[in-house]
Design a protein around this ligand. Sequence first.
Ligand code: AMP
Length: 471
Amino acid sequence: MTFNELNLSKRIVDAITKAGYKEPSPIQEQAIPLMMEGRDLIACAQTGTGKTAAFALPVLNMLDNESRPHPRALVLTPTRELAIQILENFKKYGRYMRLHTVCFYGGAKQGPQIGAYERGCDVLVATPGRLLDYMNQGIVSLRDIEIFILDEADRMLDMGFIHDIRKVVAEIPEERQTVMFSATMPKEIEALAKDILHDPESIKIAPTTSPAETVDQKICFLEKDNKKIVLSDFLKQDNVKKSIIFTRTKHGADHLVRDLGKLGIESMAIHGNKTQGQRQNALERFRSGNIKVLIATDVASRGIDIPKISHVFNYDLPVETESYIHRIGRAGRAGETGESITLCSKDEMGLLYDIEKMMQKEIPELETELSVSIERVQRGERRRFGRAVAAAKASAKEDRFSFKKKEEKLRKLKNQKKASQKKTGFEKFYKKNGDIFEEATKAFEKKQKNHSGKKIKEETGKKKEHKRRAS
Ligand code: AMP
């Protein structure tokens, strides 16, 4: 299939051609015609499948190059990085159109965002918190939204945004087209889908199980304690120009930054415990070549598109098997070649077994001075490593849990702040209207006293009467 066969306007096809896309990806082939028919859609697809263009192209096509006073399309996405990436994609695909795309996200000044919105906004891309904030301030109107895209719904759930989403949805006209993307379908997301989608079509794009051919994969078998030193030796080689290192946990990422620093290698980490500003700063410095080494967890790196990465290192093997493909796919993008080096210790052999089984191939070994000889796990032995896999899964879960706890704490603090603001509001009111307030309170108390006095009299009267009759 070609982009021409998708009935997209010439302006859009020209922009896609300029972007260098030759043919639609499977998700684009399936989603674009359905969206152009006006159908609601639920799509199980991960980042890297071309899902942004899958919704952005039909949205631009449907807006038909006609700018109006209020936004007609809304894209909700969980993080600032994704919001910026989606904005850039809309700009890229809409380069020959008059439409305006505006982006709202937290951790940045309001002024420029509001300024851009007021100059004209046809497509609004936003993170839920900041959008709600502007809605509460009466800055944004969603009354003309015709198409609503909910991106990475499962991640929104993980980050505690589900209530915010429902609040936003309540402000969008019921008569709209809704499209939801989610890599996984936990039951909360299924329930949300039931509430916000109308008779949806569903699409499922199987996660990629074979890696890009432009990535040369290698594996080193090592003692766990030697991983750091071997990694630092690799990072000091001349051909290692720009690399991402994946760790399983956030703490692991922070420790590695510190330990590599001691070995003279500057790096930065991105993970869920970093603020948006810190993450953005690390990404910008990495993109611009200011730092050569970025350390990331799987969730934080999801959806981040950085070109020209020469090496991907798996410092820990991923627990989710498909993550291996996503991780190494960061190198060797856009026709360039890249290399992936996985550092594997004995307790990770079960995870390696799963990865190699999925790819149906063995990753070639790269020997170093500190290599140890480890036999690959055979089918029957897989169970022996079940414990290691379970432990790894538990530690990943713990990381997610601590994030939720932090969110909870933040929410509590926000509520406390709101309560104290309310109190100061009352104090101000009291200072101004203290006399009237006191008068009113006294009058109220008097009335209440009289009322209860009357009631007591009535009741004792009744009791006396009752006694008299009884005797
Ligand atoms: P996404 O899954 O939307 O984050 O897209 C992943 C990467 O694929 C981005 O760098 C896109 O620019 C690129 N891309 C999207 N659609 C196509 C296509 N049809 N052909 C080639 N590259 C594409």
